[in-house]
Write a protein that binds this ligand. Structure first.
Ligand code: AMP
Ligand code: ZN
Length: 482
């Protein structure tokens, strides 16, 4: 098997993957802040992490994947400005934070399932790690932190080479960080935020620095280190985290790993830091906070199966920006349907996949393995999968086995998906499935009587109501989307 090579944001280079623990791969993924529904851009980050995990498994590593749920501490600005996103939403809704967190965590998990993202070994919930966060902060406080009225701050000048991950400590970059009275360096950040005197927060804990809540960056350092142990192999997140969140995690990890004055950059907690690029709308950046945002449920409401979105993600390399459009999503759905149809045809020829694909498939499997091992080149891997699906004069059972092996990495669920399941009723549809079937039966009768004018009229009526008649296709009809 080809050696796995991954792009490390720390070095900005593609590097061979060399596990910390032989035969194992330990991966931490920054999870969602559960103050709102995730948008499909957020979900791109988890599709990417899932493909990474599946690729590591495919390459024979025993995978331990951890994804966190941030239910406290993430401010409306990634730096230190603004309010806690969770507190803000709870106040707006007049609901308890815990109810908000539960609701949106469940919504997120539903999207994870719908996108066929594998369950990680552990979901770490930030509020369940607060004592460990306090302990971690205590261990670095003397050498690396200072206290202000508003909290305990990390002094970024106490670690070597702060911000090298971001490579963008520009005047402009730092200017974005809202000044906090008394901060020593513009990039210093709160690792513990004190509840202001006279205020009561829904979520607060006692600490050596007073009642308050942990900082968002502290959470990920603690959860990743606790569950996976420093150093672990790979830390992932969206590209925005390369600028503030991850440099701050790295600074804390350096401080924590080397309390003996040896805060060398190599102690960044994870050996490899990987970042997916953004899904963008034509109008620009996607945002949960602006108007109607693109949720997975919106796609489903419009008749697009969630796995069409997974296909859309796979068609682009994770490090490329991906522009969302309904046409693009429609094309991805068609591509997925073709594959599902190919599998259905094979199922008609073979009862079950063979135990293994034979020698005829070996060159394809090799090319596929090489593509994913090349920093997760899913666009190329997909085309190899399609070549396999199109192979003629091969054993159907073996072909099914080959497709199953490749889909174990891409996760399109090809062997379980049914074409009828991909046909999702758009919410806006005004015609029932029974009415459609009745019109199709009437059309069949008209054709039997050679009344082609009537048959065409029926087809046009269906088309006007958003239904496409597909003669010769066992499914018979399809919703017209977009
Ligand atoms: P958040 O819930 O805001 O912490 O974001 C969850 C994940 O989604 C993080 O890894 C972000 O970096 C990532 N993310 C946010 N917006 C986008 C986007 N438009 N495209 C891809 N990933 C994103
Ligand atoms: Zn994080």
């Amino acid at each position: 098997m080809t050696d796995l090579r991954l792009f490390n944001s720390l070095t900005r280079q593609v590097e061979p993957f060399q596990p910390v623990h032989p035969g194992e791969a330990r991966v931490y993924t920054c999870g969602p802040t559960v103050y709102n529904y995730p948008h499909i851009g957020n979900m791109r980050a988890y599709v990417f992490a899932d493909v990474l995990g599946r690729t590591l498994s495919f390459n024979g590593y025993k995978l331990t994947h951890v994804i966190n749920i941030t239910d406290v501490g993430h401010l409306t600005d990634d730096a230190d400005a603004g309010e806690d996103k969770m507190e803000k939403m709870a106040a707006q809704r007049a609901q308890s934070i815990w109810d908000i967190a539960r609701h949106y965590t469940e919504a997120y998990w539903a999207d994870i399932k719908a996108l066929n993202i594998r369950q990680p070994a552990q979901w770490t919930i930030a509020t369940e790690f607060v004592p460990q966060m306090i302990e971690f902060a205590q261990s670095i406080a003397d050498k690396h932190c200072y206290e202000l009225d508003s909290g305990l701050y990390f002094d970024v000048s106490t670690v070597a080479d702060y911000g090298r991950l971001a490579r963008a400590q520009t005047e402009e970059g730092e200017g974005r960080i809202e000044a906090v009275e008394g901060k020593r360096n513009a990039a210093d950040f709160a690792i513990w935020r004190k509840t202001p005197p006279g205020e009561k927060r829904q979520m607060e804990w006692d600490s050596p620095w007073g009642r308050g809540a942990p900082g968002w960056h502290l959470e990920c350092s603690v959860m990743s280190g606790q569950v996976l142990g420093f150093p672990f192999d790979i830390h992932t997140g969206g590209i925005d985290h390369r600028e503030i969140h991850h440099p701050n995690e790295i600074a804390q990890n350096q401080a924590f790993c080397c309390t003996n004055g040896l805060d060398v950059p190599a102690n960044s907690g994870a050996r490899i830091w990987m970042h997916n690029n953004f899904l963008v709308e034509r109008s620009g950046k996607m945002s949960k906070s602006s108007g109607e945002f693109l949720r997975l449920q919106l796609l489903i409401d419009k008749g697009y199966h969630p796995l069409a979105y997974r296909m859309l993600c796979l068609q682009a390399h994770y490090r490329s920006e991906l522009e969302f459009s309904w046409e693009g999503l429609g094309a991805a759905l068609v591509r997925l349907k073709r594959l599902v149809l190919a599998v259905a045809n094979l199922r008609g020829q073979a009862a079950a996949p063979a135990a293994a694909p034979g020698a005829r498939f070996a060159p394809y499997l090799e090319r596929f393995a090489a593509a994913v091992a090349d920093d997760l080149n899913t666009p190329v891997a997909l085309t190899v999968l399609e070549e396999v699906a199109a192979l003629k004069k091969v054993d159907a059972g073996e072909k099914l086995a080959a497709l199953a092996a490749l889909d174990a990495v891409l996760g399109l669920d090809l062997l379980a998906l049914d074409r009828a399941v991909l046909r999702i009723r758009p919410k806006a549809a005004t015609i029932t499935e029974d009415e459609i079937e009745a019109a199709l039966a009437a059309r069949k009768a008209a054709r039997a009587e050679k009344d082609f004018a009537r048959s065409d009229a029926l087809r046009d009526e269906l088309a006007a109501r958003g239904v496409e008649v597909m003669d010769g296709d066992p499914l018979g009809w399809e919703w017209k989307l977009g």
